[in-house]
Design a protein around this ligand. Sequence first.
Ligand SMILES: Cc1cc2nc3c(=O)[nH]c(=O)nc-3n(C[C@H](O)[C@H](O)[C@H](O)COP(=O)(O)OP(=O)(O)OC[C@H]3O[C@@H](n4cnc5c(N)ncnc54)[C@H](O)[C@@H]3O)c2cc1C
Length: 444
Amino acid sequence: MEELVLTEPNEETIVEEQAPKKVNVDLGVPKTQRKRLVIIGGGFAGIHLVKKLSKSSYQVVLIDKHNHHNFQPLLYQVATSGLEADSIAYPIRKVLSDHEDYHFRMGEAQEIKPHEHVLVTDKGSIAYDFLVIATGAKTNYFGMENVAKHAYPMKSVAQAMKLRNTILENYEKALLTNNLDEREELMNIVIAGGGPTGVEMAGALAEFKRYIMPADYPDLNIERSKIYLVELLPELLPPMSDEASKKSEEYLRKMGVIIKTETKIEDYDGQVVKTDKGDIPSRMLIWTGGVSAASIPGLPDEVMAKGGRIKCNGFGQVEGFERIYALGDVAQFHSEEFPKGHPQLAAVAVDQGEFLGKHFSRMHKGEDLKPYKYNNKGSMATVGRSKAVVDLPNWKFQGAFAWFVWLGVHLFSLIGFRNKIVTFTNWVSNYFSRDRHSRVIIKD
Ligand SMILES: Cc1cc2nc3c(=O)[nH]c(=O)nc-3n(C[C@H](O)[C@H](O)[C@H](O)COP(=O)(O)OP(=O)(O)OC[C@H]3O[C@@H](n4cnc5c(N)ncnc54)[C@H](O)[C@@H]3O)c2cc1C
């Protein structure tokens, strides 16, 4: 692997940039005396960077293809009718409303012109003094075109809504057919990927099948409705401890989920999931099987690491570019401790966003700069009511207490007071009623 050298931003690190050309580009953002900082992505990293910069002396322009921040860890609850979509989405403009010289533009970044200091978007171009790429990750189907065409991903609120609609519609269609094979296809659900998202999705669907289906669909034989969780590796929750993997598997098996580890999905035509261990009939393949970084064209190949992540020095500065930074899932910070990059987790993205906010302030004041250091906060996953697994750096625990910890951490991390209250109320109500109130099909 290429040896990375940790450098402080200074003149010597500028290897490819030249003086910017005069370009009349700004997406309608007024020119002020302040240096312009353009951030692409209002996800965990981008939003926490913006919050940290609220009193800074930069002009900040945030660009996102959506007008809301998306709390991805709870997408599965939207997809399984546990939460309404707007409890986990937060309008980006609201984050910026009390900031001075802050601007949001809804648009898709398409190309970086690093030598001109210009970002091209589908709505026009904008010149920057500093650019921060915080575009996160995108679904990776590992080159399987049919899977990409027919499977259901879960990265955005719209995709979670589509999943919810389709799951409910499939049950409605199952009622209308007398063909038992077709009925089984419509009722079966296959989840690809035994990471935290796959495990949480499988648990939520198992609870839906047990508590909601008998009441809502008494004419369907729910025993014919199967939930499969397919994982390539020998264990679930591969990034977590052995205890967490084993316990989550035990929970899911007891809840009726069919777990197929060491199984590779090879193809999917929308009706049959083909694996190396046999076929599974299903009209619903939920893909949580992998991600790759959502980088923007324009940077040279030398700065691209495995999985499309952008190589940065210890300050988040893209190698060789003094004015361009990357953060969160899309970035691979130089780190002795994490030579392949920090884990692609919300906690890391939040931490890096806050770090860079402080870094810019220090830079502006001419103070000493400190490289980023990640303090591992641990990881967790929930399987269902009173069932969760938590790995803290010095303590691993599972069960009801872990579930309360999971609830507290997620509630606390949600952006917006209203979202916290709505989510909390929903969870309390779901806990006592075992109901999932949002099982409505909403589509054009
Ligand atoms: C279903 C799911 C469940 C998860 N559960 C957990 C969990 O329980 N715990 C945990 O720690 N992590 C979890 N993660 C991972 C976590 O969500 C990510 O690590 C985190 O979102 C990364 O933050 P980010 O700011 O780098 O990117 P994101 O939060 O993904 O934000 C990227 C932003 O960039 C925008 N964007 C992307 N491309 C462009 C473009 N070209 N132009 C304009 N805007 C663009 C997107 O619209 C988005 O708003 C989960 C992820 C998923 C998908």
